[in-house]
Design a protein around this ligand. Sequence first.
Ligand code: GAP
Length: 481
Amino acid sequence: MNKKDEKNKILEQNNLDKISEINNDASDKMEKIVSLAKRRGFVYPSSEIYGGFAGIYDFGPMGVELENNIKNHWWKWMVQKRRDIVGLDSGIFMNPKIWEASGHTKGFSDPMAECKECNTRIRVDKVLEEIGVSADEKMSEEEINKLFDENRNKIKCPKCGKQNFSEVKKFNLLVQSNLGDFTKKGDSPAYLRGETCQGIYVNFSNVVDSIHMKLPFGIAQIGKAFRNEISPRQFLFRAREFEQMEMQYFTHPKDEMKEFEKLREYRWKAILDLGIKEENIRWKQHDNLVFYAKDAWDIEYKYPWGFDELEGIHARGNYDLTQHSEGCGKAQDYYDQEKNEKFIPHIIESSIGVGRLVFAILDNAYIEEEVKGEMRVVLRLNKKIAPVKVAVLPLSKKEELSKPALELFEKLNEKFVCQYDETQSIGKRYRRQDEIGTPYCITFDFETLEDGAVTIRDRDTMEQERIKIDELTDYLEFKLK
Ligand code: GAP
């Protein structure tokens, strides 16, 4: 059979012209993603064999690869591609005075009410938003109680359905620990950081002194953050332990808004570069700014329940370094030698949660389509971030095939993240790889022993090509670029 006939046969076998996407806006998409995430080793609920632990998730073998690829992509965009941004990895624990100076010990709270019948706690601003009443966590206790009282008759307990709630109290989200406290009194708690950026602010002068960065410049870091979320929910969207990727950009006060616009544009491009479809994201400007902020925008993603915050980009004025100057008693200012000018830099922040981004990327890539009358689930992940790039699949388990196929796997695995799979039918193996988003499957068959060529199947088109093993690395390098 010549190449053209072979291709036609493959097209025909795969019913390529009959592929149609189905159900991709279905209301049960959330459950489908959560189920795929567990089934295929992306995300597991924490401590499952002990009945779980709310608000915490474990990333499985596929999840950790995807997560690392996403973090590397962010690091490349936010540090390595930029001459004006440097990296940092600060400790999770810091002097508790930092959280006093930043305002977190007093102001980092969400409004909570408790059902008097079954003790279920609700986050009042979110529950009000769900019934179309505009509210947010920045409101005072008095303001939110007033709104809550006006709408009590519309709000039911999500567990018991009754309408008997306590008054609203602000609940502080900082997670406390007894690190370094051996007295058992608990009166001088150390906190697990509630956001990674405080580690950046308190290292601002270290970076200036050691690396001699000139304004404007940024410091970026990726790391864990912890929050006592009242009602962790919506899968990875609102967790109690999560990772943040944050960059703080220090500017002269007069440059703040110009740099803010540049950063907004840059972050939009970076999100699109991950393969997120433009119709799935949008800008939302905050209408209730904290007193020191100049402007604040979120990039929202269209999650299964609708558009919601993915990333925040905020112009924060000189609030953060002013607070720490007062807190530590040393001015956290910048001296511009050329202009002989001393001032406290203004800060622009970009902040995104790794988990929220993983969730958005899974949702964005999840496709169900009908092929030859059968449903196929495929993760159309951007090839750059797919957890596995290539799967090597011998057609038979016989040593005659499995030995050279394993050798091929070892060779390719030096360059690309590969999987070797010889279990079950080739169709089932393709489906498994489709579900984890592997861009290329290589079938090693008996003909390979004669012609030194393998069949490569493309995840998205399901088209198959016969390629000489000698040309395989170049072929894959080109395709995965
Ligand atoms: N330093 C600013 C800051 O932390 P934030 O809006 O509280 O601001 C920034 O958080 C980003 O961190 C959010 O846009 C979101 O992506 C992520 N994030 C916040 N809380 C989260 C949670 N409970 N679970 C998962 N991700 C969260």
